[in-house]
Design a protein around this ligand. Sequence first.
Ligand code: SIN
Length: 283
Amino acid sequence: MTTKISSKQITPSIGSEVDGVDLSDDLDEQIVEELRELFLDRMVLVFRDQLITRDQHKRFAGYFGDLHVHPSKRNGMSETDPEVFIIDTPADAKWSNGETWHSDVSCEDIPPLASLLYVSKVPENGGGDTLFANMYEAYRSLSDDLKAYLEKQTAFHDGEKDLRQYGIRLREGQYYPSASHPVIVCHPETKTPVLFVNESFTSHIEGVAPWESNMILDGLYHHIASNQTMQCRVRWSANTLVMWDNRCVQHQAIRDYVGYARYGERVSVVDEDSVPVGYMTSK
Ligand code: SIN
């Protein structure tokens, strides 16, 4: 069968730029299947020069799962279109969304499997890239003893920890999720182990003293952030859509454009039947 799309790797470890797909089209099954395969293999896909409406954005996301509603939209913290998470950074913003390494809303019992961010406005004077890191590799590159220890642990993912970074406190009646997940999770499709703790949401490893949990988590966060051989960096141009696999990828938005504006909209998708399962349990 001839392939309909072409792609070019961003780094050997993670990410591909994809050509030959117009996301405003209703895509045929062969293209969607090719994209699903490439997505599982490369984890981050970049589509440039796309002029899409919100509905087309949602339709494209819908090829990969059910549309996810962000917790901030479920508890009245935001009134706009429930399936669209706005990432709006005005020129005078104090912070932008996602500045700390994370996978999206890992505090959910079933976190979104993928996120699709469409950036329509990039900072005029450059900057505003996003870094992505490969969590299969983060696991693989640990020592055998540490792997064996972490495979037995669970960690608590606390949505309020993430909100506190932005100075947001919940008002009475508002709710934000939290969940326990295995530290080493089995990717439900590739059946491969991934490191599944992240600095934005994971507050502690359960059942150990806080100092011990902090020591382990701080070490793992340093491993993720500092190991460039397992990362790629996406430089956005206006009207680019990037999709990533939250089950095996973490990302960090680089806030190096203070004084300039950036605007994007993110749609995430979820498989409601796919609770994260520990790698050891899955064997
Ligand atoms: C996010 O989804 O966390 C934000 C990523 C970005 O704005 O580049």
